[in-house]
Design a protein around this ligand. Structure first.
Ligand SMILES: [Zn+2]
Length: 345
């Protein structure tokens, strides 16, 4: 079968989407059938189906007169209903691909409720561009696990009494003196080497170039096909949150490179965790659904974090230029002085 993925169209009209899909599985006759012979339906000639979520999202917002930058908590539900309308008439065994998911929460929703198989990770690349270091796992970490106890590291910011962010806004001045590794939920290579030398614990660790830097004499591999993943070969300390905070504020491009390497690994581990839980769900009914609920109960949807970070990113971008750091330091000292005055009053 040729590798053809059909873009399922129909816009935001559920009936139009269903009609398009019905056309794919309809048995053709006469001249139409001759054109696709020996196939009987158009669907017999395709490998799978794909959805362009960016265009759908934009149309939905226009139809509801929403600002393109405003968040709609119901958006994932609306998108799911449109995807289901398209997939209803189609066979369940073919590949389903989406482009433009906006969060790990949305990805989990699409897997659980729509059976999507493949995703792009543009949102994680965007996170790196605006200065967010991702810090989450699936399944969500158990708070009592040994990783926290032996190598403590500040978790992302709490939004409610029970949820934390999926990453860190490294533009924030809160990170100026935070000399920890990027992710609290993954050890860096150096910590992992120490832990595995003294215990049998196989703690999750991040082999990215930021968390596990390697000496200049070592060849860099950017995929897992060239070299199978193994234990870290270096005990160099990781690049820290404070260092990347400094790079971001001085417009060093290496900040985004380090963050992109890290964020891609976090997504890699996220999908690996999903595959593992789905595999175990075959013998443990309801496991995936329970883990999705636990993930949603642990991590806040990243929209608020992204909105805040984009503001900080835009501020630093607009203020770039010689002497900016000195001006910024003076402004920060001024605002701290005001806070002290208020406290004295
Ligand atoms: Zn990393």
């Amino acid at each position: 079968m040729p590798s053809v993925l059909v873009n399922l169209v129909g816009g935001t009209d559920a009936r139009a989407r269903t009609t398009f899909s019905e056309g794919l599985v309809e048995v053709l006759h006469g001249k139409e059938q001759e054109q696709i012979s020996p196939l009987r339906t158009l669907d017999e000639g395709v490998t799978g189906y794909q959805f362009e979520l960016v265009a759908l999202r934009s149309t939905l917002r226009k139809e509801h007169n929403q600002d393109p930058l405003d968040d709609d908590p119901e958006e994932t539900e609306k998108l799911k209903n449109l995807l289901k309308a398209s997939l209803g008439p189609l066979p369940t065994g073919k590949l389903r691909v989406t482009y433009g998911s906006s969060s790990p929460h949305e990805i989990l929703n699409f897997i659980r409720d729509v059976g999507v198989d493949l995703f792009d990770v543009h949102w994680a690349q965007h996170a790196a561009e605006i200065g967010v270091a991702l810090d989450f796992r699936f399944p969500a970490p158990n708070p009592s696990e040994v990783l926290w106890a032996q190598h403590p590291c500040p978790k992302p910011r709490s939004r409610t009494s029970h949820t934390i962010d999926v990453g860190h806004n490294l533009f924030s001045h809160d990170y100026a003196h935070d000399h920890s590794r990027l992710a609290s939920s993954f050890l860096d290579g150096s910590c992992h080497s120490q832990l595995s030398a003294t215990t049998n614990v196989d703690a999750p660790w991040c082999p990215c170039g930021a968390c596990t830097p390697v000496p200049f004499t070592t060849s860099l591999t950017h995929d897992r096909l060239t070299q199978p993943p193994g234990k870290p070969t270096s005990t160099l300390p990781p690049y820290t949150r404070s260092y990347i905070h400094h790079l971001l504020h001085t417009h060093e491009m290496s900040s985004h490179t380090l963050l992109a390497m890290h964020n891609f690994f976090i997504m890699d581990a996220f999908f690996s965790g999903i595959r593992d839980v789905l595999h175990r769900s075959q013998t443990e009914a309801g496991l995936f659904e329970r883990e999705v609920e636990r993930f949603v109960a642990t991590y806040e949807d990243p929209r608020r974090l992204f909105t805040e970070t984009e503001k900080d990113w835009a501020k630093v971008e607009s203020e770039r230029g010689k002497g900016r750091l000195a001006r910024e330091k003076a402004a920060q000292e001024e605002s701290e002085a005001v806070v002290q005055d208020v406290e004295v009053v």
